[in-house]
Design a protein around this ligand. Structure first.
Ligand code: HEM
Length: 108
């Protein structure tokens, strides 16, 4: 339960990153919350999987595996561009889209 709470706060951090990013100049540097949010999602998501045998959860491994790949791409992009003074204009919409994709994979 605490892990799901942290997992949802991690998602909120990524939404906050997107909203804060909109207050910076277009193509400007990435706000650091992208890295924090992606890291929280990877850590709490993997921890949820780790404790699964102790629960009666029964996660869908195909969907969760896809979530892991998508989250790794978000984290990889966030880390690669975190110090870049300018980022490609499509980077932020792409990362936001991947986050939404993961929310969809989680709930459908
Ligand atoms: C951008 C990254 C991610 C986002 C936005 C995200 C979002 C979500 C959301 C909205 C839920 C629904 C919680 C609920 O049903 O109460 C969820 C659940 C879950 N996520 Fe993620 N997630 C992400 C990454 C990951 C990763 C990397 C993993 C593991 C490899 C993961 C594993 C899980 C699991 C196991 C649950 C089920 C928790 C439960 O209902 O007990 N997630 N995620």
């Amino acid at each position: 339960m605490l892990l799901v709470f942290a997992h949802l706060l991690g998602m909120a951090t990524l939404v906050a990153a997107f909203l804060l990013q909109r207050r910076t100049a277009p193509g400007g540097p990435l706000v650091s919350l992208w890295v924090s949010g992606a890291a929280v999602q990877l850590i709490t998501g993997l921890a949820l999987l780790g404790i699964e045998p102790l629960t009666d959860a029964g996660y869908d491994y195909i969907k969760t595996g896809l979530k892991l790949v998508v989250a790794l791409v978000v984290a990889g992009l966030a880390v690669s561009f975190r110090r870049a003074p300018r980022v490609p204009p499509r980077l932020v919409p792409a990362m936001a889209g991947l986050v939404v994709l993961n929310v969809g994979l989680a709930v459908f």
